[in-house]
Design a protein around this ligand. Sequence first.
Ligand code: GLV
Ligand code: GLV
Length: 335
Amino acid sequence: SKPKVYVTRIIPEPGLSMLKECCDIELHNSKEWPPSREELIQKVKDKDALLCLLTDKIDAEVMDSAPNLRVISTYSVGFDHIDIPEATKRGIYVTHTPGVLTDAVAEFTVGLILAVTRRIVEADKIIRTGQWDKPWNPYFLTGPELKGKTIGLVGLGRIGVATAKRLSSFDVKILYYDVERRWDVESVLNMEYADLDTLLKESDIVSVHVPLTKDTFHLINEERLRKMKKTAYLINTARGPVVDTNALVKALKEGWIAGAALDVFEQEPLPADHPLTKFDNVILAPHIASATIEARQRMAELAARNLIAVLKGEMPPALVNKEVLKVRPLEKVKM
Ligand code: GLV
Ligand code: GLV
């Protein structure tokens, strides 16, 4: 019989068809809603593989209920919703979808930077609410020009690099901070390395591109927000908990920074009455930085390829926990 797979959402084609071809799939039949925790725990019981989304928390309890589980393939680049050490301990391969959404996120980041500095969302709202009630004047809805400004990238992985590449055409100075110095891209893209405090002090735009880990939780906290320029903007397309939301609200209220553009939040979905919705100088997006049609298709294809490779006993294209190879070597599951 074919390997059994639980898929927690209707993912885009060609992902679903690829899985159907070689696996016996049980699908949580919704494009919008995740399974409940009870359902997830129940459904994985007899499965060899799990294809999940970032909305599914995959912890020790879920893994314990799935003794046959070989692979957790997440339809996302981020894997902070999966307990990686617990998976590795059990010999479960964890895979993700890096690379295929990099350009989509970088494009969106540039969009947010332009939107927040040039007040595009605010401008649209002003017309719709009948506030464009005076003729053209030199002071209406002005914001900073990017040219000549300093942009600080916190985290220089694939997305950070792709963002730098796009921003370099704006004639800006680019600083980056990362736990690893990236000599290779640094010289090619004409960027300067800075420690985090220097980057925060000198940047006119600070854009976050680190994964969420225990080391990056609340990396941008009150103390760090206080280091930013009063004229600077904070952009977050990474993960909500990298920024301390309460500290950010305080920073905006008290004018420590000029504004923010956020695609991710500590609480998702963000309720309409959240304090962050009260600021005109904040742009809010509902976790859509990777939401191009192309990226979402390629994510599905890569998530399917990852999962199928592990079941075939082959090296998956994007393995998260390389140490698992020592715990349980690659081995073909009945297919
Ligand atoms: C989206 O946030 C992802 O991790 O792919
Ligand atoms: C995601 O693709 C990253 O920057 O690691």
